[in-house]
Structure formats: structure tokens, C-alpha cells
Design a protein around this ligand. Structure first.
Ligand code: NDP
Ligand code: MG
Length: 392
């Protein structure tokens, strides 16, 4: 009988958080949600507390504290209420859990993810932006702290499953698959007028709004190239991208002997999360097996970096190194948020990112402070550029 694993779910109210809690609830003797954390949605967090009865619940927005505390008391729950990012970071590193699901969206997830890595947790890492922003520091923190990182991003989880540690030196390249998003096949003229509602209607995956827009611009794949560089120690030229619209092959690993291994499955994040909780064993995830006859075909095509320049910009930022990936990520977060608020058009997303990268050339990034500074400066720059577009 495996021992009970206590789990902190950061970003519990989101798409990954919901999938993680679904898997946890399938294994009452093995997994237990001991800490739930969210950004500002107190009602959704309270509903999760009623269902999962964690020891601690934390809301990042301090204004949410009274409603969280009173809601927990009114429900008669023993759950302790906390508020603020520092409280979330302390809980991620503290004794209340052995395992942390890092599923906050954006750079806001960096501190808690880093803290979990330093504290030597089993780290189910979905928050790819923290790796893009501070990949070297995060990987070093995990090494020093003895943390086991299991990537949850489906592509990286696929590579993790296909790549035994002793074979890392024998890799030729990895190939990340991409669905192509809702606008696959569109040219720039067709992309000019697409709406946020169209952009977040992903054909294969059900995800939060930010990553859905990233998938539509192909920035998601660009962030994933940088993420793969840090997780698997490969340079950009050995990380390829293939568009695979069926989203059944989650990624491929090619070894020096010409052998290619791929991981396949239905597009449902619960598989990756179950791998994270159970590894090296396999546990039930609630996801059905793959019936290839029912699906019939697997298609592959090259990405279109003319219509979707974000992928090219991400490769260039990886190549430039230093603060460039942090700048790329921050500019993208600002641009996606402006697009979702209807303030800029879809094509302005890559334009804003490119202009921010041009305005803030890469500098060395030896410390966390240097990276945070680059993140702040890129946000300021992209916000200014965005208001100029809005004003015209
Ligand atoms: P969602 O938008 O669905 O959820 C985001 C979660 O983060 C919510 O719980 C939200 O809380 C919380 N949050 C937002 N801001 C803060 C903050 N400042 N402090 C604390 N919590 C905060 O996102 P997803 O679940 O789609 O994505 C989460 C991460 O996982 C992203 O990094 C994404 O790239 C990655 N990922 C997601 C995949 C997916 O299938 N969805 C696939 C691969 C990776 P609240 O509800 O209160 O706002
Ligand atoms: Mg992915």
C-alpha cells in the first residue's frame, strides 16, 4: 500500500488545477489535497474546499481574505485561511505537502514554484512561464533542493516518459508537436480580424484563456521550446516543432541510433498529471485509452512562422539568452491580456513582443533580481506600446 501523498495545488481553480483535483479524488488512499491556492476567485476556492477539505486554503489577492475566512467558517470546515503571495509561497515550501502542482498562470507562479523546488518537493510543473523566465535558476534550485520535477505540459511530459535518464546523452533531437491552434491554415490577412472568443476556442484542448491565446499565436510552442531547453538540456537547434492537428502524438524523442520514441494518448491533461503523481508507477487518470482505428490518421506539417511569427521570436530569444526569454514572456503576457480585453488586435501580439525585444536588448541574467528587473521593464515597455496602438 503506497503512503498517502499530501498535495498542494497552486492554481486550484484553473483548468490544470481542476484536472489535478479530479485525479487526486480518484485515489483517496494515495493522494490528498492538503493545500489549495488561487488568485482572486474566492467563491470557486470555497467550493473546492467543501469538496476536498484541505488543511489550508490561500488566496493571492489580500482583499479576498475576509470572504475566504468567513466562508470556511460558515461551511464548518477546519481549513485554515491564508492570503497573499508570500503565504502561498510558504505553503508550497512547507511541511503541509510532499507534492506541489505548480499551475498558476504566468510569471506570477515563479516564486511559489521556485520555493517548492528549493524545498525538495515532487514538483508537477505546469507553469511553463517560470521556466521561460528563470529556467537556469529553477533547475538549479531543484537540483540543490533534491526536488523531482515532472513536467506536466503534455509535450514535455511525453518526452519525460520516452527518455530514460541514462539515455539523455544519446539523444539526437526532440520534436515537440503542436496542434496548430484554431487558426491553422490562416494567412495574415485572415488573422487581422479574429476575436478573443475565436482565439480561445481551441480545437483539441480545453485550457485557460492565456494559454489558449498562446496556442493560437504559436507563442505557446515558442515558450515550450525554451521550456524543453531547460528541462532536457538541449540547444534550440536540437528542438524541432511539427504541427500535428489531431493532438494524439504528444511529442517525439529521436536517439542517435535513428530510433524515434513517441508518446500517444487522448488530449486530456489528466494523463500527464497522473504520470506526475504516480511516477515511476502508473495510476488511473480517468482518461480512456487511444483507439487509433477510430481516429484513422495522424497528419504532420511544418509550422507557418510567417503567419505566426511568435515561434520564430521565441527561438531568437532562446538564442540571444540572458534576459531575452524573460522579456519575451513578459511582453507576451501584456500583449495577450490587452488582446483578451479587446484593446489590440491579434496581429499586434507578435508585433508588441518583437518591438519590446528590439527596445530592450538581451543583457546577462545571472541573478533572480536581474530577471525580475527585465520582467518589470518589459511589462512597462509593452504596456506603453500597447496604449499607443489603442490610441491610434
Ligand atoms: P487558468 O487560467 O485556467 O488558471 C489559472 C490559475 O492560476 C487559477 O487558479 C487562478 O486563480 C490562478 N492565478 C492567477 N493569477 C494568480 C496569482 N497572481 N496568484 C495565485 N494564483 C493565481 O490556467 P491554466 O490552468 O490553463 O494554466 C495554468 C498553467 O499551466 C499555465 O502556466 C499554463 O501555461 C500551464 N499549462 C496549462 C495547460 C492546460 O491544459 N490548461 C497545458 C499545459 C500547460 P483564480 O481562478 O482565482 O484567478
Ligand atoms: Mg503544451
Amino acid at each position: 500500500m503506497p503512503s498517502l501523498q499530501s498535495v498542494t495545488v497552486l492554481g486550484a481553480t484553473g483548468s490544470i488545477g481542476t484536472s489535478a483535483l479530479d485525479v487526486i479524488a480518484r485515489h483517496p488512499g494515495r493522494l490528498r489535497a492538503s493545500v489549495l491556492a488561487a488568485g482572486r476567485n474566492v467563491d470557486a476556492l470555497l467550493a473546492l474546499c467543501r469538496a476536498h477539505r484541505p488543511d489550508h486554503a490561500a488566496i493571492a489577492d489580500p482583499d479576498g481574505y475576509p470572504a475566504l475566512r468567513d466562508g470556511l467558517a460558515a461551511a464548518g470546515l477546519p481549513t485554515q485561511a491564508h492570503a497573499g503571495m508570500d503565504a502561498i509561497t510558504d505553503l508550497a515550501a512547507g511541511d503541509a505537502c510532499q507534492t506541489v502542482v505548480a499551475a498558476i498562470v504566468g510569471a506570477a507562479g515563479l516564486d511559489s514554484t521556485l520555493a517548492a523546488a528549493r524545498a525538495g518537493k515532487r514538483l508537477l510543473l505546469a507553469n511553463k512561464e517560470s521556466l521561460v523566465l528563470a529556467g537556469e535558476l529553477l533547475m538549479a534550485a531543484a537540483r540543490d533542493g533534491g526536488a523531482c520535477i515532472v513536467p506536466i505540459d503534455s509535450e514535455h511530459n511525453a518526452i519525460f516518459q520516452c527518455l530514460p535518464a541514462e539515455a539523455t546523452a544519446d539523444l539526437r533531437r526532440i520534436v515537440l508537436t503542436a496542434s496548430g491552434g484554431p487558426f491553422r491554415g490562416h494567412d495574415r490577412t485572415q488573422l487581422a480580424d479574429v476575436t478573443p472568443a475565436q482565439a480561445i476556442a481551441h480545437p483539441k484542448w480545453s485550457m485557460g484563456p492565456k494559454i489558449s491565446v498562446d496556442s493560437a499565436t504559436l507563442m505557446n510552442k515558442g515558450l515550450e521550446v525554451i521550456e524543453a531547453h531547460h528541462l532536457f538540456g538541449l540547444p534550440g537547434e536540437r528542438i524541432d516543432v511539427l504541427v500535428h492537428p489531431q493532438s494524439l502524438v504528444h511529442s517525439l524523442v529521436e536517439f542517435i541510433d535513428g530510433s524515434t520514441l513517441a508518446q500517444l494518448g487522448l488530449p486530456d491533461m489528466r494523463t500527464a498529471l497522473a504520470v506526475g503523481f504516480g511516477w515511476p508507477r502508473r495510476i488511473e487518470s480517468g482518461v480512456a485509452g487511444l483507439d487509433l482505428l477510430a481516429h484513422g490518421r495522424l497528419d504532420f506539417e511544418p509550422p507557418d512562422t510567417v503567419a505566426f511569427p511568435c515561434l520564430r521570436l521565441a527561438y531568437a530569444a532562446l538564442e540571444a539568452g540572458g534576459t531575452a526569454p524573460a522579456t519575451l514572456n513578459a511582453a507576451n503576457e501584456v500583449a495577450v491580456s490587452s488582446f483578451l480585453q479587446g484593446r489590440i488586435g491579434f496581429l499586434s501580439i507578435p508585433a508588441l513582443v518583437e518591438q519590446t525585444l528590439a527596445a530592450l536588448p538581451a543583457a546577462p541574467a545571472a541573478s533572480l533580481d536581474a530577471l525580475r528587473d527585465a520582467d518589470i521593464r518589459a511589462r512597462e515597455c509593452a504596456t506603453q506600446l500597447s496604449s499607443r496602438i489603442t490610441a491610434t
